[in-house]
Design a protein around this ligand. Structure first.
Ligand SMILES: NC(=O)c1ccc[n+]([C@@H]2O[C@H](COP(=O)([O-])OP(=O)(O)OC[C@H]3O[C@@H](n4cnc5c(N)ncnc54)[C@H](O)[C@@H]3O)[C@@H](O)[C@H]2O)c1
Length: 354
């Protein structure tokens, strides 16, 4: 089988990692880096791959089979629409767009043109998350009633030397919590309403530093999640999963999911349940669900290749990316207004699940 040709648009922090992972995937070749910046050109030269300043500069002979869009958030929709017009399957980094309204335009265009769109919520590709979902779906926790999630870490002071990182929209809600919310939806189903508060008590930048949200799921389950980039702590996905070796890994968990018959910690995958009947005097059993680790960014590339070949449907479709972004917008609105926010299902989503 001929390898699929993948081009990466945006040679920044994550685009460079995608390039490495595409090269490590036996069924793919990295055909080009697309980035107007001199740093993008330098990176392409360094790794010995063709460079183009823009997608429309690619000659027809260089047409890729798929493109990874790893540009700044506000460009995702324009970049994605170009690919829809060209009929090229895409993997668009999270967040799908900088607003639900603009994300919807891309999703609708891709659907109308029947062009596959995969959203880069790569944590869903983590084998540990697949095991957690399996435990929930097979009823090992009983009926899910509540979850608790934490994204608590401290970003270094010089992270904020870059102007956009101090501005509204660059705080942990859109940048980080979106990953956690996407997993909560994947594990526990649709979120239909939120309440939230946020604060910028220490740095005082327009971007929030800390946010707390209460979530209501369609199933009736309730969740709480808190996010702060100003707290020294081991309790975040980044520091507990070992997914990115740049973070010092801690043997802790950042999520707990509770049901009528058991509770699960993530990423430790410790399942707590009663051996016999339920009750607070009864002995509790603690078992660790085994899984074989794999870098989820690598697994995501393998899946993208299968999507390009038409062998698999996107695990995180455009609609999924849109629904996760809608929860994030609701958290921001709830924190701003102080009032609860209901999240209406996307009309097309409601139709699809009917
Ligand atoms: N999945 C994850 O865990 C993860 C991690 C980091 C970033 N991201 C997402 O990836 C995207 C990029 O983030 P980043 O941190 O790599 O940003 P970055 O600023 O490091 O890189 C963006 C790159 O895009 C290039 N670019 C700008 N305009 C372009 C255009 N029109 N065409 C092609 N390239 C263009 C820039 O020159 C730059 O090299 C964002 O949407 C971000 O949210 C996801």
């Amino acid at each position: 089988m001929a390898p699929v040709k993948i081009a990466v648009m945006g040679a920044g922090l994550i685009g460079k990692r995608h390039a490495v992972h595409v090269r490590a995937e036996p069924s793919a070749v990295l055909s080009a880096m697309i980035d107007p910046a001199p740093t993008g050109q330098a990176f392409a030269e360094e790794i010995g791959v063709a460079w183009y300043p823009a997608f429309d500069a690619l000659p027809a002979s260089q047409r890729p089979d798929g493109v990874i869009v790893a540009t700044p958030n506000q460009l995702h929709v324009a970049n994605g629409l170009e690919l829809v017009s060209a009929g090229i399957p895409m993997l668009v980094e999270k967040p799908l767009a900088d607003s639900v309204d603009s994300a919807r335009k891309l999703v609708q265009a891709a659907e109308a043109a029947n062009v596959p769109l995969l959203v880069g919520h790569h944590r869903r590709h983590n084998p540990m998350i697949r095991k957690a979902r399996e435990a929930i779906e097979t009823g090992r926790l009983g009926r899910i009633l509540t979850l608790n999630g934490q994204f608590w870490l401290v970003k270094p002071d010089d992270y904020f030397d870059v102007d956009w990182r101090r501005q509204e929209g660059a705080g942990p809600v859109l940048i980080n919590l979106i990953h956690d919310i996407d997993l909560f939806r994947y594990l526990c189903g649709e979120i239909t309403g939120v309440q939230a508060l946020s604060s910028n008590a220490v740095r005082g930048h327009p971007a929030e530093e800390t946010a707390v949200a209460i979530l209501r799921f369609a199933s009736g389950a309730l969740g709480t999640v808190s996010a702060s980039d100003t707290v020294v702590s081991p309790w975040s996905w980044e520091l507990t999963t070992g997914e990115n070796p740049a973070y010092p890994r801690q043997d802790q968990s950042c999520y707990q999911i509770g049901g009528t018959h058991g509770s699960l910690t993530i990423p430790a995958l410790e399942l707590w349940s009663h051996t016999d009947k339920r009750g607070w005097w009864e002995p509790l059993k603690r078992e660790r669900i085994p899984f074989v680790p794999e870098d989820p960014l690598q697994a995501q590339i393998r899946h993208f290749c299968a999507v390009i070949r038409g062998e698999e449907e996107p695990l995180v479709s455009g609609r999924e990316g849109l629904a996760t972004l809608a929860v994030i917008e609701a958290v921001k609105l709830a924190a701003r207004s102080g009032a609860p926010v209901e999240i209406a299902p996307e009309p097309a989503l409601a139709k699809a699940s009917a």
